[in-house]
Design a protein around this ligand. Structure first.
Ligand SMILES: [Zn+2]
Length: 166
């Protein structure tokens, strides 16, 4: 339906404003339901919570939330420090790559602070292999963006040769 497509494009346009590191392309981010709603405005416009994606609030993290991210090809946003290990286990058990992980500090004020600094370009993220870090690629490259680390750091979640595929 053409109307729907146009509507979606309009809806995505604030993305640039919020996160200059990202392009206007659709960036599926799925937010852990344990996180407060206040962080949403600092994430891409089409970010949804797990509950908004149809999961029950008490759905066990593993493997269901990662199943959801796989279906949606989405990066998971969480403050749960167990997720890097969950992702690695998921990849092992499913012989598949995930779509990246964004780990936030535990307190909401710190979450907002770090996301604001990221938005304002006060935090520079360093790609583990390339010079140039972009959220656009982070999802496809399955990167772990650890905003809980000080300074924030970016690591790979799998050892695939994604950079040689295209
Ligand atoms: Zn991989």
């Amino acid at each position: 339906m053409y109307g729907g497509v146009a509507g979606e494009e309009r809806r995505l346009s604030p993305l640039c404003r919020f996160m200059p590191l990202m392009s206007k392309k659709r960036q599926p981010f799925i937010i852990d339901n344990d996180l407060g709603p206040a962080i949403k405005e600092y994430l891409p416009a089409d970010s949804r919570t797990t509950v908004e994606c149809g999961m029950r609030p008490n759905t066990p993290d593993y493997p269901f939330l990662l199943d959801l991210c796989q279906r949606e090809e989405a990066m998971f946003v969480t403050a749960d420090t167990e997720f890097p290990a969950h992702v690695k286990r998921y990849q092992r058990e499913h012989n598949d790559c995930c779509w990246g992980l964004l780990l936030l500090p535990s307190e909401e004020l710190k979450q907002i602070d770090v996301l604001k600094r990221l938005r304002d370009g006060k935090i520079k993220l360093k790609h583990p292999k390339d010079d140039d870090f972009k959220f656009d690629y982070a999802r496809h490259e399955n990167l772990f963006i650890n905003l809980r680390a000080d300074p924030p750091e970016v690591r790979e979640l799998c050892a695939c040769k994604w950079d040689e595929e295209d």
